[in-house]
Design a protein around this ligand. Structure first.
Ligand SMILES: *Cc1c(COP(=O)(O)O)cnc(C)c1O
Length: 424
């Protein structure tokens, strides 16, 4: 089998950064991935929120073909047609004024961190009293480069690489008292995923987000929203902060931006953009002609096909059906999210792993993040019938396995409490 040959070769040749599922996909069609044996998998993860328009979208295919014949790369030393056209679409939708293009999420985030420091430096040069500290949130995820990982909460991502970038403090999620205690003139930026992705699809509260906006505004610190997972339509609005009616100073995009071609973007206000001038920051590949052409096609397709409304409608349906499932199965303890960025929290990490495996056996792709959050990030073109298929499979798996795990988890918790250790 081809898979076994590749698996053995990778085991010898690659850095072991991932424990891959034993599947070899060869092509995709709509919301389905098709493996080497021709088996079709319903994809509710879409390459971790990247393949927003699904697989084999003709507009993306034609755009890549056309642009690849004209021009793939020029470097940022020259003009090409794509950047301004794409930046116009992004600024019109975000309420922000200027764009820097990068290749990935983590790079867009680096640009956000660097401009925050540079802007605070500019304010200091103008006589303002403002420091260099970042406030990030517990359970945050912002990427893997040094700056990004320094603002990412989970210790296993950060600690093996220490010392990481200094000057980052973590605020308890949605805890306004902790935010008030940690905020001061020392802070140059407050970093927030309005809906945490990797951290388990956790939305910030309106009150917390508003408090962060008010505090940052009072000192000149920046409010930076990471929309790399939640942005560009995933939640039914172009940006998830728009559900709150709160406008950040800086935001970042990446995952769904260019239909699977790597592209990231950092957006900021005209005021903040004063901090960067030619030569201070850059990239060789970022914002190339191919990636920009595809991103323009992605945005125009979302618009033309009314996909924001579709995401809201199918997402609400999906969330309702998950909530109904939770009333039938005690092992689902919470359902949350917005649009097609959803999670069902189960009561044990073992059950989470088992459900992902059992779903895969039924040819449905999901994953489990933050130990216990079953995560759904399907393509925006998902239909209600696909939701029904997924719910039926979950129902069956939970009926078969949920009970044992509920009992096991309760027994385990009782034992840990007795032992004086309560596991959160
Ligand atoms: C995925 C992700 C990143 C990192 O993006 P990469 O393209 O993997 O570097 C940063 N922030 C959030 C919220 C993400 O979901």
């Amino acid at each position: 089998m081809k898979l076994e040959t590749i698996r053995a070769a990778e085991a010898r040749l690659l850095l072991s950064t991932y424990e891959r599922n034993p599947l070899l996909f060869e092509r995709g069609e709509g919301v389905y991935l098709i493996d080497e044996n021709g088996d079709r998998y319903l994809d509710l993860l879409s390459g971790i929120g990247v393949n927003a328009l699904g697989y084999g979208n003709p507009v993306i295919e034609e755009t890549i073909a056309r642009q690849s014949k004209r021009l793939i790369h020029t470097s940022n030393l020259f003009f090409h047609e794509g950047q301004a056209e794409l930046a116009l679409r992004l600024t019109e939708r975000s309420g922000l004024d200027r764009v820097f293009f990068a290749n990935t999420g983590t790079e867009a985030w680096e640009a956000a961190l660097k401009i925050s420091r540079a802007y605070a430096g500019l304010l200091r040069s103008e006589g303002r009293n403002i420091g260099t500290k970042f406030l990030a949130l517990e359970q945050s995820f912002h990427g893997r480069t040094f700056g990004a990982v320094s603002t990412t909460h989970k210790a296993k991502y950060r600690e093996p690489f220490g010392p990481v970038v200094p000057g980052v403090e973590f605020v308890r999620f949605n805890d306004i008292d902790d935010l008030n205690a940690k905020f001061s003139n020392e802070v140059c930026a407050m970093l927030i995923e309005p809906i945490q992705g990797e951290g388990g699809i956790r939305p910030v509260t309106q009150e917390f987000f508003a408090a962060a906006r008010e505090l940052t505004r009072s000192t000149g610190a920046l409010l930076v929203a990471d929309e790399i997972q939640a942005g560009l339509g995933r939640t039914g609005k172009w940006f998830s902060y728009q559900h709150y009616g709160i406008q950040p100073d800086v935001t970042t995009l990446a995952k769904p931006l260019a239909g699977g071609i790597p592209l990231g973007a950092m957006l900021c206000t005209e005021e903040v953009a004063r901090a960067i001038h030619a030569g201070m920051h850059g990239t060789t590949f970022g914002g190339g002609p191919l990636a920009c052409a595809v991103a323009i096609a992605v945005i125009d397709t979302i618009e033309r096909e009314g996909l924001l409304n579709h995401v809201t409608e199918v997402g609400d349906y999906f969330q309702d059906r998950l909530k109904a499932l939770a009333t039938r199965h005690d092992s689902i303890v919470d359902v949350r999210g917005k649009g097609l960025m959803l999670a069902a929290e189960v009561n044990s990490a073992d059950l989470g792993k088992l459900i992902v495996k059992e779903m895969l056996r039924r040819r449905i792709i999901i994953n489990c993040t933050s130990d216990t959050a079953l995560r759904f990030l399907p393509p925006y073109i998902l239909q209600k019938e696909h939701v029904d298929t997924a719910i039926a499979a979950l129902d069956e798996i939970l009926a078969e396995h949920g009970k044992d795990h509920a009992t096991a988890a309760a027994a385990h918790q009782a034992a840990s409490i007795q032992g004086g250790e309560i596991r959160g």
